[in-house]
Design a protein around this ligand. Structure first.
Ligand SMILES: [Zn+2]
Length: 293
């Protein structure tokens, strides 16, 4: 089962968070028909987004991540709520770049040069955005830089998605180690040591270790703080799509009314389709007409 575990280590000087998001990334891959490199890029971003969302204080709060680069993937968007609901998409799902030397999925080349932006929203209202230039486009490095730069918390980030020969997801996860205010030089050295000898997170999860077991194995004295499941759940709704349709002019709605099959709207984030019949459109036109007069 997908979950996030949050813990404190070294006299509460180090925060350790691990997310197993294997099922989440499998769902995203199927929903958006993602090629392997696109899967890895979105999966890594979903892993860190769910970890960041778990740090929020309110259930109504959400972390929105936007990575825009000049590579073929174009864009990554992920929204994650504190309750574990996480969803996202990429600009171009058909990207499959393999690094010629390492033979690994080349997420850095898929994204290219660009920017990483993190917004925190409350009740879907925009609140605060912070952006940094991408370091490598490999995502983990980019977020480590973001945490150090924007949040002044020296951090180590490990993100990974493992796929089999057919491109299907075997495991996906993320690890965040953050130095909290009051940390000492010894804490930094210990964290560096842990990171240096750490296997790729996706490999660890694929070998059968749970998120909690991994957290407990990293430092000697670990105090578990909290945990929760993570799931692919979107914040879209039929009402939201209806509101969007109703913002159209009467002329545009009359145009849509001519479509015999009605109107299909899809949510970019989860690829859910919403159908509105000609009768629905007629109703919206009547409503708009009455509102005007
Ligand atoms: Zn949706």
């Amino acid at each position: 089962m997908d979950q996030i575990i949050s813990a404190l280590a070294n006299n509460k000087n180090i925060r350790v968070m691990v997310a197993d998001v294997t099922e989440l990334v499998k769902t995203a891959q199927v929903r958006h028909q993602l090629f392997p490199t696109a899967t890895a890029a979105l999966g890594r971003t979903m892993a860190i987004a769910s970890i960041m969302a778990f740090q929020l204080k309110n259930d109504e709060e959400m972390v929105s991540i936007r990575i825009a680069g000049d590579g073929p993937l174009e864009l990554i968007r992920v929204d994650a709520q504190k309750n574990g609901n996480t969803v996202g998409f990429v600009g171009n799902p058909s990207v499959n770049l393999i690094n010629e030397e390492s033979h690994k999925l080349d997420v850095g080349a898929a994204i290219g040069k660009g920017q990483l932006s993190v917004s925190r929203n409350y009740n879907l209202k925009h609140e605060f955005t912070s952006s940094v230039d991408l370091v490598s486009g490999e995502i983990a490095e980019d977020f480590a830089f973001y945490f150090t730069q924007s949040e002044q918390l020296p951090s180590a980030v490990s993100l990974g998605v493992l796929v089999d020969e057919t491109g299907s997801v075997l495991s996906a996860g993320g690890l965040l180690i953050q130095m909290l205010p009051g940390h000492t030089e010894t804490d930094i050295l210990m964290a560096e040591h842990v990171v240096k000898y750490l296997k790729p997170i996706s490999q660890i999860l694929n070998e059968g270790m749970t998120a909690q077991e991994l957290v407990e194995s990293l430092f000697d004295e670990v105090e578990l703080v909290d945990g929760q499941p993570v799931q692919f759940v979107c914040h879209c709704s039929r009402q939201q799509m209806e509101r969007a349709l109703k913002t159209l002019s009467v002329e545009d709605l009359v145009g849509l009314q001519q479509e015999e099959q009605g109107v299909n709207m899809e949510c970019q984030y989860c690829n859910e389709h919403y159908h509105f019949s000609t009768d629905d459109i007629t109703e919206f036109i009547t409503e708009k007409y009455h509102a005007k007069n």
